[in-house]
Design a binder for this molecule. Structure first.
Ligand SMILES: [Zn+2]
Length: 287
């Protein structure tokens, strides 16, 4: 969680230690123009939960006398109302959570002896609606400075299964995109491979036809920065070399930042990869 010190500096609560000269504040909401003044700062600490040490993040306590601006990403109620109105039919409000819905629950065939019923493909309209909504929520979370309360307010329900926002959204920073490959590790686990994932990245090598598999395109992407040790985090997009999805892949140039949506990510070697077969699976990343 971030806040703005009276001296104008915006800092994350986890960066302020006991004894820091800035600690006493006064502290305000970091959103420009938002009048909320925080009561006090609490430092990050470790708590023991069973056999695990769990980091309790630093935070700024709400002073209580004023509300966040309705345009402030930390005003959860106002953001929820805005998102519900802006994306009709995509979100459902459940308690203090907002659920982004992608596809209905998978129907179980009661009398089928050999069960593999092919899932209906996601339509272009659904991809487009989910993409717009995901970009919107990600913007809210980014503007909040990755506030845990904001992050925990958004969930995804994909074919009846509920996922946290962190399980759904990866990139564009290397530290975030690096979570994608391990999330695909359980190759034979349907819950792992059939999961919906929204990835933000940058084109490393624009689409070219593959040598080994004619009629197919491949595009290499990477995070917008490197890991702390200098390593790159990369991934692949594949697709047919003809058709609307091919045009969407070919439109991406080296260095372009984009978002891509899919529920059939896999590991190509050790690298995350996705077959793109619908043009609405790709969108430019808003700046
Ligand atoms: Zn605010």
């Amino acid at each position: 969680m971030k806040a703005r010190h009276q001296n104008g500096r915006i800092v994350d609560a986890n960066e302020i230690a006991d004894g820091d000269l800035l600690k006493p504040g006064p502290w305000f909401c970091h959103t420009p123009g938002c009048p909320v003044r925080y009561g006090h700062h609490r430092v990050a600490s470790y708590a023991v939960d069973g056999s695990q040490r769990v980091l309790r993040s630093g935070t700024f306590a709400h002073g209580g006398d004023r509300s966040h601006l309705t345009s402030c990403s930390l005003n959860l109620r106002a953001q929820k109302q805005r998102l519900l109105a802006a994306h009709p039919g995509v979100f459902t409000s459940v308690g203090d959570k907002l659920l982004l819905r992608w596809g209905g629950p998978v129907r179980k065939e009661r009398f089928s002896v050999d069960p593999p019923v092919r899932r209906a493909a996601t339509t272009r309209e659904t991809y487009a609606a989910v993409m717009e909504a995901a970009i919107d929520v990600t913007g809210v979370i980014d503007r909040s400075g990755g506030d845990e309360g904001v992050l925990n307010a958004y969930w995804v329900v994909h074919r009846g299964i509920r996922y946290t926002w962190a399980d759904f959204c990866y990139g564009s920073a290397a530290a975030s995109l690096a979570r994608l490959a391990p999330s695909l590790a359980q190759a034979f686990n349907e819950a792992a491979t059939g999961r919906p994932r929204f990835v933000r990245a940058q084109v490393a090598d624009a689409a070219i036809e593959t040598n080994s598999n004619r009629g197919r395109l491949k595009l290499r992407f990477r995070a917008t920065d490197t890991l702390a040790d200098g390593r790159y985090v990369r991934g692949w997009l594949f697709g047919n070399s003809v058709g609307p999805a091919a045009d969407a892949l070919r439109d991406l140039r080296n260095g372009d930042r984009f978002c891509v949506l899919g529920d059939n990510w896999f590991r190509f070697g050790d690298i995350p990869a996705l077959n793109v077969d619908n043009l609405a699976q790709i969108s430019p990343m808003p700046v």
